[in-house]
Design a protein around this ligand. Structure first.
Ligand code: SF4
Length: 370
C-alpha cells in the first residue's frame, strides 16, 4: 500500500531538496528522455522559473506527440451535497447549515437530459459528498445505471470505497474514479479534515491501491492547492503516480491541480499559487510524464484555460454546476465552490477550435474494453 511507501519519504527533506535545486539540475532534467521524481522536483523548483518558455515548448511538443490536438470534454454532476465530513475549506462540510439534497432517480434523469441540451457531452463525472447511510454505494450504482443510456464514459468522484465496491460499480458501467488526496502532508492532514471518514489519512491515500486492485480503467489524482506548500505536495503526488503505474500498469492516469476557490466555508488558503506557477507545474508534469492526462476544471479562468489548452492540458470540463441538481432541478442551491470560467460549453468549444484544438466529446465506449 502506498501509505507504507510514503512513510519513508520525508516531507521536510523533500521541501529542502526542492528549494535547493539549481539551474544545473533543471538543465539536466530538461535534457533527459525518462525523468524521475528528482528531475520533476527540479522542474517545479524556483530554479526552473527562468526556463518557463523552454518548458512550455517541450510540454507542447510532448502533448502533440501523444494526444494530437484533442481536448477531451467532460461535465460533472453533483448528485448530493449531503456529507458527514468536516473539511474546513468546503461549503458542503457537515456543520454548514445549508439545505441538503439527495437527487431522486427522476431528478438525476432530468439532470442528464438538461446536460445533453448544453452540448453533446459523453463523459460524465458523478460527484457526491460522503454520506454512506443516506447516499452510499447503492445510490451511486443506481445513478451509474441511469446514466448508461445517456453517456458512454462514466466516472465518479465520491468517497473512497472498498475494492469490492469499486468492482461492483464497474459492473454498472464505471470507467474511471477521481479522488483528491487534498494534501499528502500527513502531520497536518487532520487540521483540514478533523472529523468523519475523510479524517483517516491512510484510508484515503490507500484508496488508490483499492481502485487499482479492482481494475478501475482510469484513476484521477489531485492535490488541493492552498493547503500546504504546493511544490512538496505535488512531489508526493508524483511519487504516488510512479508507484501506481508500477503496481497497476494496465490503468490509465490523470492529474489535476485545483487551486482553492471561495466557498461558503470561508477558509482562507494558506498558500497562493500564481498563474505562472500553475503553468510551470503543468509543463513540469507533462515533461515528467508524457502519457498522463492533465485536467483543468472551470475553477480556472477562461483566459488561462485557453492559454493552457495548447501547452499541455488534455481534458477540460465546461459549463459546470457545482451544486446538486444545478442543471435543472435546483439551479439556485449552494455550490461547493465558485467557478471561474462561466462560458457555455458551446462557447468553450468555439474558443478551442479557434485555438486549433479539437474538442472531443466522446473518446471512450464500453465496447473498447471487451
Ligand atoms: S470536500 Fe467532499 S468530503 Fe469534504 S466536506 Fe466537502 S463534500 Fe464533504
Amino acid at each position: 500500500m502506498f501509505s507504507e511507501v510514503l512513510e519513508k519519504i520525508s516531507w521536510n527533506d523533500s521541501t529542502k531538496a526542492i528549494y535547493a535545486k539549481t539551474s544545473t539540475d533543471v538543465e539536466r532534467a530538461l535534457s533527459k528522455e525518462h525523468l524521475d521524481v528528482n528531475d520533476f522536483m527540479a522542474l517545479i523548483s524556483p530554479a526552473a522559473e527562468p526556463y518557463l518558455e523552454v518548458m512550455a515548448q517541450l510540454s507542447r511538443q510532448y502533448t502533440l506527440q501523444r494526444f494530437g490536438k484533442t481536448i477531451s470534454m467532460f461535465v460533472p454532476l453533483y448528485i448530493t451535497n449531503s456529507c458527514t465530513n468536516h473539511c474546513i475549506y468546503c461549503g458542503f462540510q457537515h456543520n454548514n447549515p445549508i439545505a441538503r439534497v439527495i437527487l431522486t432517480e427522476e431528478e438525476i434523469e432530468n439532470e442528464f437530459k438538461a446536460i445533453k441540451k448544453l452540448a453533446p457531452f459523453e463523459n460524465l463525472l458523478l460527484v457526491t459528498g460522503e454520506n454512506p447511510a443516506a447516499a452510499g454505494v447503492g445510490h451511486i450504482e443506481r445513478a451509474l445505471q441511469l446514466a448508461k443510456p445517456y453517456f458512454s464514459n462514466l466516472q465518479i468522484e465520491v468517497m473512497p470505497l472498498k475494492a469490492d465496491e469499486y468492482e461492483r460499480l464497474i459492473h454498472s458501467g464505471l470507467n474511471g474514479v477521481i479522488c483528491f488526496q487534498e494534501t499528502y502532508n500527513k502531520a497536518n492532514y487532520k487540521i483540514y479534515h478533523p472529523k468523519g471518514m475523510k479524517s483517516k489519512f491512510e484510508w484515503r491515500v490507500n484508496g488508490f491501491d483499492r481502485m487499482g486492485q479492482a481494475g478501475v480503467h482510469k484513476i484521477g489524482m489531485g492535490v488541493l492547492i492552498g493547503l500546504e506548500d504546493w511544490r512538496t505536495d505535488v512531489t508526493m503526488m508524483a511519487h504516488h503516480l510512479r508507484y501506481l503505474q508500477k503496481h497497476y500498469w494496465k490503468t490509465k492516469y490523470s492529474v489535476n491541480f485545483p487551486r482553492m476557490r471561495p466557498s461558503e466555508g470561508h477558509f482562507q488558503p494558506n498558500v497562493a499559487m500564481s498563474d505562472r506557477e500553475l503553468a510551470q507545474l503543468t509543463f513540469a508534469f507533462r515533461i515528467f510524464d508524457r502519457d498522463v492526462d492533465i485536467s483543468y476544471s472551470t475553477r480556472e479562468s477562461a483566459e488561462f484555460r485557453n492559454n493552457m489548452a495548447t501547452l499541455g492540458v488534455t481534458t477540460m470540463s465546461a459549463e459546470s454546476k457545482t451544486e446538486p441538481g444545478g442543471y435543472y432541478s435546483y439551479p439556485q442551491a449552494l455550490e461547493q465552490f465558485a467557478i471561474n470560467d462561466n462560458r457555455t460549453a458551446v462557447q468553450v468549444e468555439k474558443d478551442l477550435k479557434l485555438l486549433g484544438r479539437e474538442p472531443v466529446w466522446k473518446d471512450w465506449d464500453q465496447v473498447f474494453d471487451r
